[in-house]
Write a protein that binds this ligand. Structure first.
Ligand code: PMP
Length: 406
């Protein structure tokens, strides 16, 4: 492993060195999407420059090379999340696509009266597909409440579980609060009740080691763009047996074994769920991004991100009128806060003018905002390439902004 040196790491990310409004960019919106290392940019560039071809169908050299690269990326993902089989890794368009796939296809196996449990801190993409499914199939949707500190009410969760529960779909880490949920415990409880579990890994894949076999989750979904890869690509992991039981998602090329007008048979995993020409370089560059991340010292990254989190929270608590939303015991490097009497959007706008990118608003978690009785928050979400010096600049800019708005 390469020793962790944040300045060396920053050199790998060209976007971090640009200016915004004449100020050095401070990028604290990693929860929305991460910046890309040069190696990922180079992979994409090289593919379109000299390696472009369609996959899984060509006899020619370029097609075979592209197919090999795509399938090698699948194996990189497999190793990264510790899946048992490479065909349990389905390339998707992203987290949202993965959840919709499961809602559509696993949803086909459910019948009226069955129940799905989600939580009160889910991203809209882990709420709406279940609402649509429940309406279509006459299922019941139940919601695990969120406690005042931003943790899930686990006692209430146990009460919600019953024989009728067929699926529990929860986020590993809240994109809004930073809460790390005890998903292993949730998975065990759900399995005891006979339910399957989908873990939304959109915010965990980039912050902690993932072992889907140890977790024993039935599905795990993530987006490449939040883990230093390209947009438009993501992964659905599913256990082989369940994926085999599920009907296909979309129909088209690649997902078939044989087509006649009388009857079509479907391809085996993973291709059954990958209709049409995929985002080829998206898949390949996902492999590059995960390979890059694995080459770094994970413990050092974790320590650095935790330092950024603690430092930011401590200093924010000293700032008059600031309230941190989400004070769970287990948190990742996400800090959401509000400032008395000032709209989050106004703070975000003034920070932007000082070169600092944060996110403001409901973060696609409107029910969670309602739960806390607030319209939105200002959110800083750190990646391992952020620094304490950047946090210092941010805190000064925040104080200046509050002063101007008061
Ligand atoms: N779930 C969580 C927890 C997220 O943070 C996000 C992205 N903000 C999503 C789902 C949706 O991801 P995407 O938009 O990449 O599909």
């Amino acid at each position: 492993k390469i020793t962790f040196n944040v300045e060396e790491i920053r050199k790998q990310f060209p976007a971090l060195h640009r200016e915004v409004y004449g100020k050095p960019l401070i990028y604290f919106d990693n929860g929305a999407t991460s910046q890309k290392p040069q190696i990922v940019i180079d992979t994409i560039n090289r593919y379109y420059t000299s390696e472009n071809a369609n996959i899984h169908r060509g006899v020619h050299f370029l097609s075979q090379q592209a197919t090999d690269a795509y399938e090698e990326a699948r194996r990189i993902v497999q190793r990264f999340i510790h899946a048992q089989h490479e065909h349990e890794v389905i390339f998707t368009k992203g987290t949202t696509d993965g959840i919709n796939l499961v809602a559509s296809c696993f949803g086909e196996l459910l019948t009226a009266g069955d129940e799905v449990i989600i939580s009160g801190m889910e991203h809209h993409s882990n709420i709406v597909p279940w609402q649509m499914l429940c309406e279509r199939k006459k299922l019941k949707l139940k919601v695990i409440p969120v406690l005042d500190n931003g943790e899930l009410d686990l006692e209430a969760f146990e009460q919600l579980l019953s024989e009728a529960t067929k699926l529990v779909a929860v986020t590993h880490i809240s994109n809004t609060l930073g809460t790390i949920n005890p998903v292993k415990w949730i998975i065990d409880k759900a399995h005891t009740a006979g339910a399957k579990v989908l873990i939304d890994g959109a915010q965990s894949i980039q912050h902690m080691p993932i072992n889907v076999q140890e977790l024993d989750c039935d599905f795990y979904v993530f987006s490449s763009h939040k883990v230093f890869g390209p947009t438009g690509t993501g992964v659905l992991y599913g256990k082989e047996a369940i994926l085999n039981e599920m009907p296909p998602y979309q129909g088209g090329g690649d997902m078939i074994a044989k087509v006649t007008f009388e009857k079509t048979t479907y391809n085996e995993l993973p291709f059954k769920f990958e209709a049409g020409t995929p985002h080829i370089i998206g898949g390949i560059a996902t492999g590059t991004a995960l390979h890059y991340l694995s080459s770094l010292d994970q413990e050092a990254i974790h320590g650095h991100e935790t330092d950024l989190l603690n430092f930011t929270q401590e200093r924010l608590l000293e700032t008059e009128g600031v309230r941190i939303i989400g004070t769970a015991r287990e948190k990742t490097s996400v800090v959401s806060f509000i400032v008395d009497g000032i709209h989050p959007f106004d703070i975000g706008t003034l920070l932007d003018k000082q070169g600092i990118a944060v996110r403001t608003g409901h973060h696609c978690t409107q029910p969670l905002m309602d739960r806390f009785g607030i319209p939105g928050t200002v959110r800083t979400s750190f990646a391992f390439y952020n620094t304490k010096a950047e946090v210092e600049v941010f805190l000064k800019a925040l104080n200046r902004s509050i002063g101007m708005l008061r």
